[in-house]
Design a protein around this ligand. Sequence first.
Ligand code: NAD
Length: 702
Amino acid sequence: MSADYQVQGDVAVITLNNPPVNGLGLATRLAFVDGLQKAMSDSQVKAVVVTGAGKAFSGGADIKEFGSPKATQEPNLLSLIAALDNAPKPVVAAIHSVAMGGGLELALGCHYRVAAPGCSVALPEVKIGLIPGAGGTQRLPRVLGVEVALNMIVSGEAIPSEKLASLPGQKLFDVMAASAQSLLDEAIAFARKVSDVRPLPRVRDLPCKHPLGDAYFQFARNMVKGMSKNFPASAQCVDAVEAATKKKFDEGMVFERERFINLMFTPECRALRHLFVAQRAASKIADVPDTTPSRNIAQVAIIGAGTMGGGIAMNFLNAGIPVKILEMKQDALDRGLATLRKNYEAQVGKGKLKSDVYQQRMSLLSTTLSYDDIAQADLVIEAVFEEIGVKEAVFKKLDQVMKPGAILASNTSTLDVNQIAGFTNRPQDVVGMHFFSPANVMKLLEVVRGVHTAKDVMATVMSVAKKIKKTAVVSGVCDGFIGNRMIEQYSRQAGFLLEEGCTPSQVDRAIEKFGFAMGPFRMGDLAGNDIGWAIRKRRYVEKPHLRYSKTADLLCEMGRYGQKTGAGWYDYHAGKRDAMPSKLVEDMIVKHRADLGISARKISDEEIVQRLVFSLVNEAAHILEEGIAAKASDIDVVYITGYGFPIHRGGPMLYADQFGLFNVVQAMNRFARNPHDDAQFWQPAPLLARCVAEGQTFNNVK
Ligand code: NAD
């Protein structure tokens, strides 16, 4: 049973009860209809209150049913709401905490709504590539006015109930309860009060107009167009709300339904739904159940106040967790602190951060040059130079001074976390926390699990990640972990493309048109080409068999490290980020090509995109097979949140699944025949070959 039924005197109370957020799954819908029928046929009952158990009224559709036949099986949400429309007795929604998506649509189907303060109200369907599909676009404008409703529907953002209740003329809430605690009693009392009111008020019968009519919708369409280039749902939100103002209610409902169903089958919607589920799945570790105890993290220490250390510190300060930064020298600390302050002050300057909040955050920060001062920290994150000798010295020291049970994390991008753990006598407490730059902005956190990392350390770090608002994905130990190991292949392909005839801007343009936030060369200029140079010096000494294009090394030898030196793959005007094609670089590429004896050929955008994206995919298949990533969807989360992969394509693995793995392998076979490429690399990873042979996809392979 996932809705409870109870009668209190002459009022029936139906309580949605499907933890964690009373998702409207099939069992809940059946129980709701059953309760409603009981209430309607019981002559003692004069009115009904619908409420939710636990921490929500209802969060909407049950994500466990996503994509399964149960999601649409009768009674579906539309039938539930139709039953409310036809109910002969008043039904009052008692809303606390969360009313989202289908949950809000259900409430809008009730005759009255009583809400508690502090409740999050939203129609977030647009975030998964849909428009509301159970009357949200037709009913919300009738109770909140067209503009407020359309803003909510197009943004998908939650608005606090008290803010909505204060809007002049709103009809969303009939009563605001004094508190969540008194909500049910107040709703029952209200139901009693209105039990004799006839005819019953229905949202569907309210008028719906915008005073400016077509002009308003034209304006709204223009606004939405700029915001949502790859997402058709946003524009359709406008169409559906416009339909509410122009069509009869039932016709508007049909219009909304048709649009909803068409959107459901678009690749963009599939990608967004995939990511919605993938992000939640990424936080679960198969052998670390939710019940695993976690360690208390009340104080954090960070070693190194460089680019990463300062950014990492900001995450914890923002979450109200005290941080102590340790450096070798006072001037390094001063520099680090000045950068951190500058970052915060820029936010204050833009009005994004209140100055008292900034002061409060800074008051949680302290610095030191002595390890004795950090001994009591619960979590220490090392962000010193990427050299194993330096890491060794730091971890040996940490092992000596840190209190027992402290978690020792490394932010290394490429080094072996098991080796680092081996520098201590407590490898169970060592873990990788790989933040991305800028660490205070980028959402991704790769949590690198060493062979000895304890389960409670994993549980703790995953929960810390949530607190500091990061999307954590677990990676096993290997060179580059999930993200950088894949990007190495992508960078190699980008280099080969230059050797074979492309210019940097041609490659960047093609992949940016595909939807990447930034092509590989603009990205290199932003991050600093010298970083990759240092990594290559180490990596290709260790792997001399791996061929790569030397163009990037030649660029660095010219001193063109990127934006920080005012020149990289592109030229820049002083202090600007305006990447302009560089004659010098193009000449260098032409000369290098000639040295290699390669004649330039014209390369299509399609080939550029496929070589870059499928190089990610083939490496990812190895990563998945080796268990470095636990599931294909984790890899998609890494690429979307950390590497600017186009969201509307759902990540490299979903993209490959949708492209067809057979087609991917066909393309790879073509690339393998190119004498200037790396034929060995393009051999399909065993997992990819198996998926093709068995007709499987990455996302369903066992
Ligand atoms: P950085 O050079 O900007 O900063 C390193 C800081 O560590 C310097 O301030 C230095 O004074 C300090 N330091 C060096 N040795 C120390 C020691 N023994 N004790 C205390 N402090 C010491 O480097 P960064 O870019 O911040 O990188 C730090 C780590 O983060 C590296 O492991 C790097 O691979 C990793 N990382 C970097 C990026 C990035 O984009 N920069 C991204 C992810 C991870």
